[in-house]
Design a protein around this ligand. Structure first.
Ligand code: MN
Length: 450
């Protein structure tokens, strides 16, 4: 993936807020989401974030802002979900990105008075909706959701709590471990869900009980959005894998630990994970992230990948330096507390390796499928992506900056994931946030026999 004019850090937009210090959505980003005016019954439709505004792609297209491939892409993106755009593939995505960047860029236009906008820019300006006046929806019709387990530091942190002598399962260093998750409870930022009930086996007990989760946790993850799919029986080669990825969101894989420990052997998580999963509303394209691709390495004394998970391209630029943070806002608290921060560049397996491994047995991926990266934890103590790691199974509750502590989440807690890329000489590329709130469990009488 090469850099072009759309990545130029000197590029500025005539949408002034795109240049604000620390802005998530400068002209180099251009992430896609689904929105409508707040409180309206308008149809949900595709838009692109620029500064604190949204370009309504349907309105811009109707006003003649795009031509050729870009027009086809904008047409597909003007629907209530982005799946049609995802199915079109990288050439169409790039054509629309180029047209948007050309239409939104600041600068003198030949033949026009200073400050005047070219016709395409005028059409885009007429299609702007303030983000503050918009509601956001889940941007995809997700057909399948797979959750991986690909952070070595997360696996070690969890494994050492369980068995300090053998923290890793034998497969971890040989394949990107995953399970098939649940689509029906995926939600967009702002999701509010009840604390789940489930079977829990207390330590020393001889029989489990059905009760509300007592060890509710979050997981800091990225959501990898599949663009073009692959046919059943036709695996995706490692060097072609990223052509199948449209972009990335933040993803919170809410987890009920006490339920998980009892139920997950031998077939994997079930109730522990299927009650809620929260995604950020803006999909940051892989194209926008190109300046932040970094080399991927595997320590020489670790098992090296099997040939189908190995390539020079993956070594050269397979990793992504995406900075991530978790914040906690207790109900009624005056301010939020930062719980942890890390970068996705530490991940043991790359996105391309996840896609290729997913399809190697013949599994078909489809446009709009979501792959969770697995909890993202870094090597230092403050880099853990889940409360169970930070609090050592709840035994050493994490201190909150704003006062109080947490072993696990309490009712009323709001967890906020944030992500961004930043480096000298490169434009900042932000992800916005994924926010979700824990509501009290249903009362026992609501579940019991009537
Ligand atoms: Mn997970």
């Amino acid at each position: 993936m090469t850099l072009d004019f759309t990545h130029d850090p000197a590029r500025r937009s005539w949408v002034a807020s795109a240049q604000a210090a620390g802005a998530d959505f400068p002209i180099q980003n251009l992430p896609f989401g689904i929105f409508r005016r707040r409180g309206s019954a308008e149809p949900w439709r595709g838009g692109v974030a620029i500064g604190d505004q949204i370009v309504c792609l349907g309105a811009a297209q109707a006003a003649g802002a795009f031509e050729g491939l870009a027009a086809q892409a904008a047409q597909a993106a003007a629907q209530p979900v982005l799946n049609g755009l995802l199915a079109q593939g990288p050439a169409a995505w790039r054509a629309l990105r180029h047209a948007l960047s050309e239409g939104l860029v600041e600068g003198p236009v030949e033949g026009l008075a200073e400050g005047a906008l070219a016709p395409r820019a005028q059409a885009l300006r007429n299609a702007l909706v303030p983000q503050a006046a918009a509601d956001m929806a889940l941007p995809l019709a997700v057909g399948d959701y797979t959750d991986f387990y690909t952070s070595l530091d997360h696996a070690l942190n969890i494994g050492r709590l369980r068995d300090p002598a053998n923290p890793l399962t034998p497969n971890f260093q040989w394949l990107p471990v995953a399970y098939h998750g649940r689509v029906s409870t995926l939600g967009v930022s702002g999701q509010r869900f009840r604390r789940p009930w489930g079977q829990v086996m207390a330590p020393g007990a001889t029989a489990p009980v059905l009760r509300p989760c007592g060890m509710l946790d979050y997981e800091l993850e990225l959501g990898i959005v599949i663009g073009q799919g692959n046919a059943a029986g036709e695996p995706v080669a490692l060097d072609a894998a990223l052509d199948h990825v449209f972009g990335i969101t933040l993803l919170n894989d809410w987890s009920a630990r006490d339920i998980q420990f009892w139920e997950m052997l031998p077939l994997g998580p079930f109730h522990a994970k299927n009650f809620a999963t929260t995604l950020s509303p803006w999909i940051v394209t892989l194209e926008a992230l190109a300046p932040y691709r970094t080399p991927w390495t595997r320590p020489a004394d670790h098992p090296q990948p099997l040939p189908y998970l190995e390539s020079a391209g993956n070594r050269a630029a397979g990793a992504l330096d995406i900075r991530l943070e978790v914040w906690l806002e207790p109900e009624g608290a005056s301010r939020a507390s930062r719980l942890s921060g890390t970068s996705f560049r530490h991940q043991y397996w790359t996105i391309a390796q996840m896609v290729t491994h997913h399809t190697v047995g013949g599994c078909a991926l489809q446009p709009g499928d979501v792959l969770g990266s697995g909890t993202i934890s870094g090597p230092a103590p403050g880099e853990a992506g889940a409360l169970i790691e930070l609090s050592k199974f709840g035994r050493e509750p994490a201190k909150l900056e704003a006062g109080g502590e947490r072993g696990f989440l309490l009712d009323g807690d709001t967890v906020v994931l944030r992500g961004w890329c930043e480096a000298p000489g490169r434009a900042r590329i932000g992800f916005g946030e994924a926010r979700g709130t824990v509501l009290p469990a249903r009362a026992a009488w609501e579940l019991g026999p009537k």
